[in-house]
Write a protein that binds this ligand. Structure first.
Ligand SMILES: NC(=O)c1ccc[n+]([C@@H]2O[C@H](COP(=O)([O-])OP(=O)(O)OC[C@H]3O[C@@H](n4cnc5c(N)ncnc54)[C@H](OP(=O)(O)O)[C@@H]3O)[C@@H](O)[C@H]2O)c1
Length: 346
């Protein structure tokens, strides 16, 4: 059994890692930490673990982590992870970091989008971007995996099959994403207060969301050229789920069937990415609670525009599920181990 810890178990993503690992037969959870809730029993924080799991949420200590674990998930807010992760790496633990702190390769890009200096820039070159369905080969060799953001996961999986094919007019790319409120984490804020966000639908951080450089970095890598595009996120009155609608013009006329073939070949070995038949469009409830990403394609011949729609559960494929998939790759397990979760229907 590999001994695993979760730093930040009391958050939404830490809590989801806890749920998924409970069904994983290759690892043993030996260490969990909290910040304001340090010292509490897990069952106080999560009463639904009554009779399932007994553990105390510790205050973080690198000595304790090194003594008790072989691999740690860091599920801390961005800006906090960059202090904890280097300590874990120095203690020779494998680390899967869910924050944005080690995703961007340039410290200057981080400071301009996240409005804080990076305090561990030396680790930016060392982390491997954990888009598990695309970069499995690199992730298998990694000690530090930067788990992708939730919006980037939905967008990159939707564009990866065609990004390197010289088929897209990149200047025309527009991405319109909608997220449920759990994307902002567990700490309450006025805009996430139920009377404010229910019965409401709004855009936010229009063309200036902090996930933009991460997507541009990774699309640039897939495309082999510099990519910039317009990204507009929205908040919808639901708890979980992201739906991204992507509009891009093609450089030549194609049959929709040809594009479908590119996607189905690209994802033929990926069990968690499902290309839907032409009769279906993705719905967030069809991936709710699961590690799936569902994708649909529509080629609008009148405008030469490809419309790609993708859905994920932001807390699972967009965070904890992909993090466990990355852990499996790092540890040499089958990548879907512990992730065979059927989406929940109401
Ligand atoms: N939510 C999503 O959909 C999502 C998706 C992808 C990636 N992410 C990223 O994953 C990370 C965790 O997100 P989340 O939504 O789970 O956040 P969250 O619900 O706010 O949880 C944050 C966790 O970190 C702990 N914490 C807070 N401030 C801390 C500090 N100063 N020092 C040490 N620990 C601290 C909290 O402990 P206490 O509760 O004890 O205070 C809690 O366990 C973030 O970096 C986020 O950007 C989130």
């Amino acid at each position: 059994m590999v001994r695993v810890g979760i730093v930040g178990v009391t958050g939404y993503t830490g809590g989801e890692i806890l749920r998924i690992l409970h069904g994983h037969d290759g690892v043993e959870l030996t260490y969990v930490t909290a910040h304001t809730m340090a010292g509490r029993m897990l069952t106080e924080v999560y009463p639904h673990y009554q009779g399932i799991m007994e553990a105390t949420c510790h205050a973080f200590s690198v000595e304790e982590a090194a003594q008790k674990t072989d691999l740690v998930f860091s599920a801390l807010p961005h800006g906090e992870s960059m202090d904890v992760v280097p300590q874990l790496c120095e203690a020779r633990l494998k680390v899967i970091d869910l924050s944005a702190d080690f995703r961007l390769k340039e410290a200057q890009l981080y400071s301009s989008w996240y409005r804080k200096e990076h305090r561990a820039p030396a680790y930016l070159g060392r982390s491997v971007y954990g888009l598990a369905d695309i970069y499995a080969g690199d992730i298998k060799e990694a000690d530090l995996v930067a788990n992708p953001g939730c919006y980037p996961t939905s967008v990159l999986l939707a564009l990866a099959p065609v990004a390197g094919e010289d088929l897209l007019n990149w200047n025309s790319l527009v991405v319109d994403s909608k997220s449920g409120t759990s994307g902002a984490g567990r700490v309450p804020s006025p805009v996430l207060h139920f009377p404010e966000c229910s019965e409401n639908f709004r855009a936010y951080r229009v063309a200036e969301h902090q996930h933009t450089p991460e997507m541009e970095q990774e699309l640039g890598r897939l495309a082999g050229r510099k990519v910039t595009f317009t990204f507009v996120p929205h908040l919808v009155p639901m708890v979980r789920g992201i739906l991204s609608t992507i509009y891009v013009q093609l450089t030549k006329k194609m049959e929709e069937e040809e594009i479908r073939n590119i996607y189905s070949n690209y994802y033929s070995e990926c069990k968690f990415v499902r290309l839907l038949p032409p009769s279906l469009v993705p719905e967030t409830r069809h991936v709710y609670g699961s590690n799936y990403c569902d994708i649909s394609l529509k080629y609008d011949r009148r405008t030469d525009r490809l419309i790609i729609i993708s859905v994920i559960d932001n807390l699972v494929k967009g965070a904890a599920g992909q993090a466990v998939q990355n852990m499996n790759l790092v540890l040499g397990f089958e990548e879907g181990r512990g992730l065979d979760i059927v989406p929940i229907r109401p």
